[in-house]
Design a protein around this ligand. Structure first.
Ligand SMILES: Nc1ncnc2c1ncn2[C@@H]1O[C@H](COP(=O)(O)OP(=O)(O)OP(=O)(O)O)[C@@H](O)[C@H]1O
Ligand SMILES: [Mg+2]
Length: 289
């Protein structure tokens, strides 16, 4: 695998004024787009237990949008509602003008055909090669001939930097390569929106940075909207245009904005804590010299 061109985690804090201006410009352009996802007054939980209450927000087309918060605050729960895996107790999620219905599979649900999902647990098919894994959605949802599928699979794997690894099994790959393969599979049907739950979990900082670059490249070149659940601060700062932060006690959103705004300007101690704890936690020695 080629090393990323730029892996320094100190790149973000040292962001130049010009780079910051470009980010601000990008944010105002994106905010002029129509929302591609609208989460409307969603309350959700398991059995009698409410985990998130009355959550509303929009994601604009072309954005990289992150859902943050400490473990157990309900990120995956919200993710499941947004991808149709969990029915909300109240409220609705509208994707590209259509309300999604929980339980609707990608086969029957036309809305869900527009999205690609990678789950927290990863889940490649262990007995299939990378090429077979990436081809799976195409075989399931299209009637494309085998050679066309093969071409698309090659392209998708090369988009995530896995060209030449087509015939390997997941067990023969590193954790980072598996994450990329899952991304290639999620991209197989050219989704308008990609959802990731903890794409960086378990990856070393350099591999995470490589995945950041891949995510940015796909977003910038294809305009794919991305919703990323994560608590990897470095990746959030490098990739996300906007974030929301959830809190377990509040059962809702306690902050939203650009990650830089939250890091530098929030006076909520829970938000400051999240950004500072992560910045000065066990990972801090991974900063570039
Ligand atoms: N299937 C389930 N049944 C019952 N309770 C659940 C279920 N899944 C999650 N929970 C509970 O909901 C709460 C929120 O869990 P969730 O997985 O949404 O958190 P999270 O923010 O994704 O955490 P992490 O960062 O550890 O992935 C937790 O208290 C969890 O125990
Ligand atoms: Mg989770």
């Amino acid at each position: 695998m080629k090393p990323p061109e730029r892996i320094g985690y100190d790149g973000e804090p040292a962001r130049t004024q010009r780079a910051q201006e470009l980010m601000n410009e990008r944010q105002s352009v994106l905010a002029a787009n129509d929302p591609i996802i609208s989460v409307r007054n969603v309350t959700a939980g398991y059995g009698d237990e409410i985990i998130i209450r009355d959550i509303s927000f929009d994601v604009f087309a072309g954005e990289i949008f992150s859902i943050l918060g400490r473990s157990g605050c309900g990120k995956t729960t919200l993710f499941k509602v947004m991808t149709g895996l969990l029915e909300p107790v109240e409220g609705a999620v509208v994707i590209d003008g259509e309300e999604i219905r929980a339980g609707e599979s990608a086969q029957t649900g036309s809305v869900l055909k527009k999205v690609g999902v990678t789950f927290q647990s990863g889940a490649l098919f262990t007995s299939m090669t990378l090429a077979e894994n990436a081809a799976f959605p195409l075989r399931l949802h299209t009637r494309l001939p085998a050679d066309t599928i093969e071409r698309i699979v090659k392209l998708k794997l090369s988009e995530v930097g896995l060209e030449g690894f087509e015939e390997l099994l997941p067990a023969e790959l590193s954790g980072g390569m598996r994450k990329r393969a899952a991304l290639a599979r999620a991209m197989a049907l050219d989704p308008k929106i990609l959802f990731f739950d903890e794409p960086f979990a378990g990856l070393d900082p350099v591999t995470s940075a490589t995945l950041d670059e891949t995510i940015l490249k796909i977003n910038r070149s294809l305009g794919t909207t991305m919703v990323i659940v994560t608590h990897e601060l470095a990746s959030i700062l490098r990739t996300a245009d906007r974030v929301i932060m959830l809190d377990r006690e509040e059962k809702g959103i306690i902050a939203q904005g650009s990650p830089q705004e939250l890091r530098d300007k929030s006076d909520d101690p829970r938000v400051r804590d999240f950004f500072n704890r992560s910045a000065s936690g066990p990972d801090s020695n991974e900063k570039s010299p």
